[in-house]
Each structure stands twice: as structure tokens, then as C-alpha cells.
Design a protein around this ligand. Structure first.
Ligand code: HEC
Ligand code: HEC
Length: 351
């Protein structure tokens, strides 16, 4: 066998060598047509990778999850939906320092974007929910957010014929439960990715997709050390890091970060590194929302994480780079929610 294949190899080389001199044989295959546009050379050695399109495996479940995401009847008031605080018209956030919950309750922390949240190693600033499904049960029952109970949410949905039918179609059973609700919401959230930012086009080889200024901002972002924490496709979401490595951060809330979950003192003031995708849309910044502008956030990061003071020009370049990270926002038809029935428990907005 071995001898045979070596012999065959020699034969091929022999034929190829002879081709160079002899005229081509009549049955030679036609030359392959060259593509007219030059082939893009993706930049594969960068600490940041492009965001890929979402792969939808169960469109009916995603559609149901979309309805639930927009449905305020999952709250006690009948007024607050996931979209109230993660507004998909505003980068999946509420653009407030801290969210407003049931009965105008002031939330304890800034609302992170739901865009690209499927890339996070865990959910919440302190990572206390292991994934999107586990996370989705939280706000419904949180007294300061939607202030409902899982039992009541199920009762409401079950009383709405349109939902009863849809859950049956998607999950194949008559009884709605919280597991189905959170699975559907998570399936919808998994579709909320933002590919095709100009920076991603540049990563994929289109050199003209970002300006010289933005390019210089990216080089500064890398050479200053920002990519130590903000890396991967989401530029974050993949580790917990101390807020205040070089200098302590004086937050305006009493959030302690990761140590609230692990109980370890070493994790005090460690937070999940937020994604910088669509950062232009998700102001204000930091877990306490204290940085109103990107320039301020970059300035603080330089100082307290890296011990660096950027010149106004350097700061502006980094900000310009960060703006090139805004990708295609999820586009879809606003879901129509099935009407309540005579037996649907009424909302209690002021109780
Ligand atoms: C009243 C405002 C409010 C409502 C309503 C709300 N959220 Fe949130 N959401 C927040 C805040 C604030 C946080 C951050 C909490 C924390 O980290 O402790 C958060 C965190 C999240 C995260 C984690 C993102 C990350 O990067 O860690 C996801 C995902 C999320 N919410 C999805 C939802 C879904 C789904 C619903 C509806 C079932 C919902 N939220 C309802 C305010 C809200
Ligand atoms: C040691 C890790 C680390 C380094 C280095 C680092 N960051 Fe951060 N970054 C974080 C963490 C953690 C947060 C969230 C902190 C918080 O809110 O408590 C954050 C938050 C941010 C935010 C706000 C995001 C939001 O949605 O609130 C921006 C913008 C940012 N960083 C940019 C930068 C830039 C630019 C650099 C380089 C100059 C940098 N970071 C360096 C860990 C880091």
C-alpha cells in the first residue's frame, strides 16, 4: 500500500513536470474563473472577534419569547415588561442611572443591555444567575421590578386563550409552567445579537470600514491594556474583574459585586466585565450609572484600571473606536399580544 501511494505521488509529479513543457492535453479542465473583487483577508490575530448572526433553531419558541418579553401582564402593575428596562429601541437598556420598578421604585443598580447577553459567562453584574433562562425568572418575582409571583404570572398566561394555545403548540403540554416561560424568553434573547458593526467589517478584512481615527483609537485601546478585560466577541462578558485595580472606585451605591455571590472577601468589588458592543447606545455607564458619557467612562477606566491619564485627543480616539462597535440592531415586527379573557386576574398598579 505504502509503496503504491509513493509511486502514485512520483507519477503525479512526473506528469505535472512534463505539463510545463508539453502542450496541454485536450481534456484539461477549463481554468476556474477568478472572483472580480479581491478576497478579504480576515484579521484573525486580534483580541476581539466579530459577532456572528444568531442561529434560530425553534422559531415558534422565539416568537413566543418575544411576546413574553414585551408583555406587561407579567408584572403586578400590568404596566412593566422586560422591554420597559431593556428597551430594544434604545440598545436593550433604559438609559437611566438606575431602573424604575413597581410603584416607581428606584432600582439598586444600572440596567445592563440584553443585546449579546447570550455571550456572557453568567448574568447580572455579580453573575448570580448562571444563564439567561435562570435570569428570566428573577425580575418577574423581584418586588422592586415587576413585583409579581411566578404562580400569578402562570395564572395570568393560562387564562389568556391565545397564550394557552401557543404554549401548547410550542411545548406540547396543556399546563404552562415557569420553566416554559423562562425557556421561551431566553430563546428570544439568544436572537438579540448585533453583527455587522463597522469594526466587525474591518475585522473581516474590509480595511476601509473604519476611519484612520477609529483605527488609532483601537490601537490605543489595545496598547493601553483595555483588552486585558474587554476582549472576545463581546469585548467583555467573559470574566469578573475588580472595579478599581490601580485606584479604588468610589461607587454611589452599596453594590459589592461578586463577593455577594461567593462570600469571598477577595471578590469584593469584582464585577462582570460589561460588553462594549453598542456602548454608544447604552449610556449611562458603570454599575451605578455614574459615568454619563463615554469620554467619562474611558477617563475613569484609564485612571483606576490602568493608572493612565489619556490626553483629550487620545480619549476622543478611543471613544471614536468604541462608536464603531455599534452593530445591526435586532429588527422585527412588534409582537401582537393576545387579549386577556374575563377570567384573567386584573392588574394591580397601585398595590
Ligand atoms: C425594573 C427594571 C427591569 C425589568 C422590568 C427587567 N429588568 Fe432585566 N435587569 C434590570 C437590572 C437593573 C439588571 C441588573 C441587575 C443586577 O445585575 O443586579 C438587569 C439584568 C438583566 C440581565 C442580565 C444582563 C447582564 O449582562 O448581566 C438580563 C439578561 C435581563 N435583565 C433580562 C430581563 C428580562 C428577560 C426581563 C423580563 C422578564 C427583565 N430583565 C426585566 C432591570 C430590569
Ligand atoms: C482590569 C479589567 C479592566 C480593564 C483593564 C479595563 N476595564 Fe473597562 N470595565 C471593567 C469592569 C469590571 C467594568 C464594570 C465596572 C463597574 O461598573 O463597576 C468596566 C466598564 C467599562 C465601561 C462601561 C461599560 C458599561 O456598560 O457600563 C467602559 C466604556 C469601559 N469599561 C472601557 C474601558 C476602556 C476604554 C479601557 C482601557 C482604557 C478599560 N475599560 C479597561 C474592567 C476593565
Amino acid at each position: 500500500m505504502k509503496i503504491h501511494s509513493i509511486a502514485a505521488g512520483v507519477l503525479v509529479i512526473g506528469v505535472m513536470a512534463s505539463c510545463a513543457k508539453a502542450p496541454p492535453p485536450v481534456n484539461e479542465p477549463l481554468p476556474v474563473e477568478q472572483p472580480k473583487t479581491p478576497v478579504l483577508q480576515p484579521k484573525t490575530n486580534e483580541p476581539i472577534q466579530p459577532v456572528e448572526d444568531a442561529k434560530v433553531t425553534d422559531p415558534a419558541m422565539v416568537e413566543l419569547g418575544k411576546q413574553l418579553f414585551f408583555d406587561p401582564r407579567l408584572s403586578k402593575s400590568g404596566f412593566i415588561s422586560c422591554n420597559s428596562c431593556h428597551n430594544l429601541s434604545m440598545g436593550g437598556s433604559d438609559n437611566l442611572k438606575s431602573s424604575i420598578g413597581h410603584k416607581w421604585n428606584k432600582g439598586p443598580i444600572n440596567s445592563p443591555t440584553v443585546l449579546n447577553s447570550s455571550m456572557n459567562l453568567a448574568q447580572f453584574w455579580d453573575g448570580r444567575a448562571k444563564d439567561l433562562k435562570e435570569q428570566a425568572g428573577g425580575p418577574i418575582a423581584n418586588p422592586g421590578e415587576m413585583a409579581f409571583t411566578h404562580e400569578l404570572a402562570i395564572e395570568v398566561l393560562q387564562s389568556i386563550p391565545g397564550y394557552a394555545e401557543e404554549f401548547k403548540k410550542v411545548f406540547g403540554v396543556d399546563k404552562i409552567d415557569i420553566d416554559q416561560i423562562t425557556r421561551a424568553i431566553a430563546a428570544f434573547e439568544e436572537t438579540l445579537v448585533t453583527p455587522n458593526s463597522r469594526f466587525d467589517k474591518w475585522l473581516k478584512g474590509d480595511d476601509a470600514a473604519i476611519t484612520q481615527n477609529e483605527r488609532e483609537g483601537y490601537e490605543l485601546f489595545k496598547s493601553s491594556g483595555c483588552t486585558a478585560c474587554h476582549n472576545g466577541p463581546a469585548l467583555g462578558g467573559n470574566s469578573y474583574q475588580k472595579m478599581g485595580v490601580v485606584e479604588p472606585y468610589k461607587g454611589s451605591t452599596n453594590a459589592v459585586g461578586r463577593s455577594a455571590v461567593t462570600g469571598k472577601d477577595a471578590d469584593r468589588f469584582n464585577f462582570k466585565v460589561p460588553t462594549l458592543r453598542n456602548i454608544e447606545l447604552t449610556y449611562p455607564y458603570f454599575h451605578d450609572g455614574e459615568a454619563a458619557t463615554m469620554a467619562k467612562a474611558v477617563e475613569v477606566m484609564g485612571q483606576i484600571q490602568l493608572g493612565k491619564t489619556f490626553t483629550p485627543d487620545e480619549n476622543a480616539k478611543i471613544v471614536a473606536f468604541l462608536k464603531s462597535l455599534t452593530g445591526d440592531q435586532p429588527k422585527f415586527v412588534l409582537p401582537l399580544l393576545p387579549p386577556s379573557s374575563d377570567t384573567t386576574p386584573p392588574p394591580a398598579p397601585f398595590k
